[in-house]
Design a protein around this ligand. Structure first.
Ligand SMILES: [Mg+2]
Length: 224
């Protein structure tokens, strides 16, 4: 079946930062001179607690680091300083394409394609430009800015409506069960989950398709 449209998440689906969060955190502690009171594993483990009620990644990270600082007997302001130093170090142009992006986009050359990302327009535009993908998509919806954040169905509805595509004949491809699969399912699209690593064998929520690698997406489309 020729789909009406194929939507993609951006971060960790189409692209990755070349520099790890662990490396940024080390530099943030060095530049502020503060004790390294939190590891990147701990930060990544805790940050989902702060997604609700944060209006941006910067705000989320400040709240997360401030909370961890306070729990460990440091001044919460030290946490906020680390969050700001981390943000200052992050270069949104220092990104690379996930393997398979070129194959997928060329296989979809006749199909409308879009991006539905939970990310600020200025930040995501820098990434798309650095990746050479600034003109590769028919629509880019910045969920959390142009519409409510994923997993709300609204940003998916907005992308489909801009492309005059029907949800039941469209796909959304993403790495997150919580935002991409849940949101695409809620909007009535066919969700395609590309897990990082081996992934959960019985994922919840359940995606319509699980792809071990992004470059298998053309196989999914020819199945139906
Ligand atoms: Mg992602």
């Amino acid at each position: 079946m020729e789909p009406d449209a194929v939507l993609f998440d951006l971060d960790d689906t189409l692209c990755r930062y070349r520099r790890s969060g662990a490396s940024l955190l080390v530099t943030a502690f060095e530049s502020t001179g503060l004790d390294p009171f939190v590891s990147s594993e701990e930060y990544y483990g805790r940050y989902p607690e702060f997604i609700d009620g944060s209006d941006s990644m910067v705000d989320l990270r400040e709240r997360c680091f401030a909370t961890i600082a306070a729990e460990k007997g440091y001044d919460p302001e030290d946490g906020r300083r680390i969050a700001r130093a981390y943000a200052d170090e992050r270069d949104h142009r220092n990104v690379e394409r996930v393997p398979g992006v070129d194959r997928v986009l060329s296989a979809l050359s006749e199909v409308p394609v879009g991006v539905v990302t939970n990310g600020a327009p200025g930040m995501q535009a820098q990434k798309l430009d650095a990746l050479g993908l600034a003109d590769a998509f028919d629509v880019v919806v910045h969920a959390g800015y142009d519409a409510p954040a994923k997993p709300s169905p609204e940003p998916f509805d907005a992308a489909l409506s801009a492309m005059s595509a029907r949800a039941e004949r469209s796909y959304h491809v993403g790495n997150s069960l919580r935002t991409d699969v849940a949101g695409a399912n809620a909007a009535g699209l066919r969700s395609v989950w590309v897990p990082e690593g081996p992934g959960d064998r019985s994922p919840d929520p359940k995606p319509a398709h699980v792809l071990p690698e992004l470059d298998r997406m053309p196989d999914v489309l020819s199945l139906e």
